[in-house]
Structures are given as C-alpha cells and as structure tokens.
Ligand binder design. Structure first.
Ligand code: SAH
Length: 253
C-alpha cells in the first residue's frame, strides 16, 4: 500500500480528492491511503496560531516552524519514513517523469505552504521542492492534489485497465491519439472511417500517426526525448511534408 501524507492547515481541499472516482476506489481497495496532518493540532497557544510575521519586515505572514516540525515528527513516531516534498513555485517542475519516480516510493509526504510560504528552517526535513507550473497559487494544496492524483494512477491496480496507462499522453513522451465514441455520426461530423473498419493493424498505424502528428504540432520538444522506430521516423517525415495518413496508407494497404 502506498501512503500519502500531507501537512496542511486546509485539509478540506484534499478531502475532495479522497471522495472521488478512481482515487476513492483505490483507497477502498487498500491500494493507497491519504492522510492529512494539520499543524494546527500541534499548536500550544489558545488561538492555535500557525503563522507569524516575517523577520526583517515585509508583507504577509509565514507558516511557523514548530507546528510543521511537530506534525512531521508525529508521522515518524508512527514508524513511517516518508520521502518529503514541499510545494514551492520555484521547485522542480512536476511532470510524468517525476510522477513515475514518486510512484516508486512507499511513503510520500507533501508539505503545503500558505501565506508567503514556510519558515526556511523547515527545508532541513525536505528532500525536494516541487512546483506544478510558473504561476502563484494561494497554497500548496491544489499542487498536492495534482501530485497525489498523478502518482496514484501509476500504482498497480489503481487504474482498472492498465492498458489505458500505456496510451495516456506522455507515457512514452508522445501525446495521445484522438478518440471517438457512439454515435458514428453527429451533427454531420463523422467518426474517421478507419476506426469503423475493424482493420486492427491499420487502426494501430493510424493512431500512431495521429500521436506523432499531434506531438509534432503541439509539443515538438517531446520528440527529442522519444524512442522512435524506423516506421515512426518514416511517418514523421511524411507528416513534416504535410502528407495525411490517407495519402500514404489508404490506397496501398
Ligand atoms: N511568496 C511566494 C509565493 C507564496 S504562494 C513567492 O513569491 O514565491 C503560497 C504557497 O503556495 C507557497 O508557499 C507554495 O507552497 C504554494 N504554491 C504557490 N504556487 C505554487 C506552484 N506553482 N506550485 C506549487 N506550489 C505553489
């Protein structure tokens, strides 16, 4: 069982993830667990203060170190040794590769910043700083939800049909192919004929072509990281010349 811990003063932002869809199912099946530790529970003053002013002046408040350290120590006291992440806008950019790395850890803790962030001394318990993109959130919780969701999908059994992971975008540094469901025609828009043909080899080729085409058009940077077969390279050459799949395959095959 993979264990996710969060340290957050707003656990309600993480609760929604636990109650929805495949994550809810995964928890029910005992494949993963998600537990928040609230620093507020480790405060000693009447007002349960978790934040304080910034030394040296400047705007905003910071999360105090003691409640976060105590929350962390409460996890260690239960015998866990989590890999510790903290959400920071300048952290290592979260992506599928990072998710794969994290899927190999048994226990993961995500410390969620708030206000202007956390007291710098908290960094002494952190293994990596993580960011979900170049923008500023009000807190780390949405980032924690993103990370837990993406990593959970990679835990065996969480996604019902494991084959669907293989066709997900980024799984092999290519974007996913387009999909259609019934009806075969809607508002004069037809599902591509090849998909109705039952010709599995051709469908496979068409999907690969579409993956390569989409990646070339939308994220050409990914192609440099992909292991392309001889046939992929041939397709890519045609795509670069503006050819369509039908130009190349339909008549001959
Ligand atoms: N004053 C900080 C921003 C604080 S935002 C600065 O100038 O960089 C409050 C908290 O939200 C941060 O401490 C961090 O934990 C979280 N956060 C904000 N943007 C984020 C991002 N892009 N990725 C991950 N966490 C983020």
């Amino acid at each position: 069982m993979k264990k996710f811990f969060t340290i957050s003063i707003f656990p309600q932002l993480i609760e929604g993830l636990k109650e929805t869809g495949i994550i809810k199912q995964a928890i029910k099946k005992g494949l993963i667990s998600i537990e928040n530790i609230n620093p507020r529970d480790f405060t000693t003053d009447k007002h349960k203060t978790v934040d304080d002013v910034v030394y040296g002046g400047g705007p905003g408040m910071l999360l105090k170190p003691e409640p976060i350290f105590k929350a962390y120590e409460s996890i260690l006291e239960k015998g866990y040794k989590p890999y510790v992440l903290i959400t920071e806008p300048w952290g290592r950019r979260f992506n599928q590769e990072f998710a794969k790395e994290l899927s190999k850890k048994d226990e993961i803790l995500i410390i969620c910043g708030r206000y202007e962030g956390v007291d710098e001394r908290v960094k002494t318990i952190v293994d990596e700083e993580v960011s979900i993109g170049d923008f500023i959130l009000s807190g780390g919780e949405p980032a924690a939800v993103v990370i837990i969701d993406a990593v959970s999908r990679l835990v065996p059994g969480v996604v019902g049909d494991e084959d669907s992971l293989k066709v997900d975008s980024f799984s092999d540094n290519l974007l996913g192919y387009p999909n259609y469901t019934r009806p075969a025609e809607y508002k004069n828009m037809k599902v591509p004929e090849i998909l109705l043909s039952g010709h599995h080899e051709l469908i496979k080729k068409w999907r690969r072509w579409k993956q390569l085409e989409k990646t070339y058009k939308k994220r050409p940077d990914l192609l440099e990281k992909t292991n392309l077969s001889k046939e992929d390279l041939k397709m890519l050459e045609f795509i670069k010349k503006g050819k369509t799949f039908e130009d190349i395959y339909k008549k001959g095959t």
